[in-house]
Design a protein around this ligand. Structure first.
Ligand code: ZN
Length: 199
């Protein structure tokens, strides 16, 4: 245990995902020895994500306006919707440059053990985007893990009633992995080789 504010900082950092007690300590002492300007910039960035960043009313991606950059871009094909779990997955797919449509961010995946059901995800919002029949393909790009598969199966069943063609990414992504961390080439190939699910 350290004194006062140093320990407070370690405690706060330790609550972040992926940062254990040792990592928290390392970051805290790094900040202590860092140039004050750098620390101010970090503090400002932290403040601004809460002040400025919102979620796109259409797709749920992070946005600085009511809609995100992708939904506002007229060059993006509104007839193609790629469904992902989180905003980081949008970034991963964007890096592949394989997709020129739009996204729908669910905000997680179905996880009965963790108490996350379809009603906790942006499923209703997806259904209403499909209601006018203008979408010609829904690409389900959930993570290749248990929860991602459960979510994909659920959505496939649900969307069949909407008469919209559904496709899934080709296999080849590391099973149990996270889409967000898949390399561009593998993810790009999985995207290109996506297959329509028989209705
Ligand atoms: Zn959007």
């Amino acid at each position: 245990m350290y004194e006062g504010v140093v320990q407070d900082l370690i405690d706060e950092l330790g609550r972040l995902p992926g940062v254990g007690p040792r990592g928290a300590q390392r970051i805290a002492f790094h900040l202590l020895s860092t140039d004050p300007d750098d620390v101010v910039r970090l503090a400002e960035a932290l403040q601004q994500i809460k002040d400025k960043v919102r979620f796109c009313v259409t797709c749920g991606n992070v946005a600085e306006a009511e809609q995100c950059r992708i939904c506002l871009d007229p060059r993006r094909d509104p007839a193609l919707i790629c469904v992902v779990e989180q905003s980081q997955d949008v970034q991963a797919i964007e890096r592949t440059r394989e997709f020129r449509g739009r996204y729908h961010v669910l905000g997680g995946s179905i996880n009965p053990i963790g108490g996350v059901g379809p009603e906790d995800l942006r499923v209703k919002e997806l259904m209403s985007r499909l209601a006018d029949g203008a979408v010609t393909e829904v690409i389900i790009a959930t993570d290749p893990d248990l929860e991602g598969e459960a979510t994909a199966t659920y959505l496939t069943r649900l969307l069949r009633s909407m008469q919209v063609p559904i496709s899934r990414l080709a296999s080849g992504l590391p099973v149990g992995g996270d889409l967000e961390y898949a390399d561009e080439v593998t993810l790009g190939r999985a995207f290109e080789g996506r297959r329509l699910i028989e209705a």
